[in-house]
Design a protein around this ligand. Structure first.
Ligand code: DON
Length: 310
């Protein structure tokens, strides 16, 4: 078993080669038309280590839509506001249904299971909108991501946001159910408009890996969130970050992580590494198929897991 951090590069190369050779890559997300045309053969992996090194393999400089990975950043911002009422509006339990399940929201009478299912993330966006216009809220979210990644060039792709605005019928339905249960302070249009735009943040794999350093506990200059919030976010990423595939992901990889339907995964090894993968093909739960396989191989090769001594 390889445990020496100097060998990360070799492991990444091996992972890249096996990803390229794999025939079963999963299906790209089609319910957002702009994402349906992404090349399923893309693959990238990037690792930021505690000593400041960043090691990568594959298509690491191609921007992609981070989609639900953005929910990690909006949760961090919402928790930073010390909003006492936040946890009265959103649960902290893993979901047993799909990430956009209307049934689950209805059964729970308008209280989403956790901040990472779509309904929970829509409520999170709604809390960030308190006292701000959508443009101001989006500027705050983008600045947070840019600061986390140490890169002021990160942008929102408006065509992806527009595409989801026109085709995201389930999200419109979820927002209306939230409003029906009095769990939305702003209009569905304002809240979803903001939500679609933060999901449409485009980043490269290297930028995404850097954006997770604050969750690994690295000192990267400005302190983005309190240590107590990092602890909560990592706990939720572990238990809810892959929706109803979170148990399987914890079993295989053993790390807090958040997936997005653009094919990204951000995974955290507390104190040791922030890892991003990008492989657009998804499994039946909407999580990246080859990204999960890559993280499984990397975590085993390096002995990285929150469940064993590293
Ligand atoms: O709201 C949606 O459906 C998308 N903007 C984000 C969903 C997503 O990324 C689910 N993750 N795997």
């Amino acid at each position: 078993m390889v445990r020496n951090e100097r060998s990360v590069e070799g492991v990444l190369e091996r992972i890249f080669r096996s990803a390229k050779a794999t025939k079963t890559k999963g299906d790209v997300a089609k319910y957002i038309p702009e994402l349906a045309s992404v090349d399923p053969d893309r693959f990238a992996i990037s690792v930021c280590l505690s000593d400041g090194r960043q090691l990568s393999a594959g298509d690491v400089s191609t921007p992609f839509s981070i989609q639900s990975v953005s929910k990690v950043f909006t949760l961090a911002i919402a928790l930073g506001r010390r909003g006492e009422s936040f946890w009265q509006r959103v649960g902290r339990e893993p979901s047993t249904n799909a990430f956009n399940s209307l049934q689950e929201l209805e059964v729970r009478q308008g209280i989403p299971s956790n901040p990472f299912v779509n309904a929970g993330a829509i409520v999170t966006t709604d809390t960030i909108l308190a006292g701000s216009s959508p443009a101001e809220a989006l500027a705050e979210i983008l600045l947070f991501v840019q600061t986390a990644a140490s890169d002021s060039g990160i942008r929102i792709d408006p065509s992806v946001a527009e595409s989801e605005k026109l085709s995201g019928h389930k999200n419109w339905a979820l927002a209306h159910v939230l409003a029906a249960y009095d769990n939305l302070a702003h209009s569905c249009e304002l809240t979803l408009g903001t939500y679609f735009h933060h999901c449409a943040i485009a980043m490269t794999c290297e930028q995404l890996a850097r954006s997770g350093r604050f969750l690994a506990g690295f000192d990267t200059g400005p302190q983005l969130v309190r240590a107590s919030s990092v602890r909560l976010i990592n706990a939720l990423m572990l238990t809810c970050g892959h929706y109803n595939g979170s148990g399987e992901f914890a079993y295989r990889v053993g790390l807090p992580a958040k997936s997005g339907v653009g094919g990204a995964i951000l995974a955290i090894v507390p104190g040791k590494a922030s890892i991003a993968t990008w492989a657009p093909g998804l499994d039946s739960n909407g999580n990246s198929l080859l990204g999960t396989a890559a993280l499984e191989e990397l975590s085993h090769a390096m002995g990285w897991s929150v469940f064993v001594r590293g």
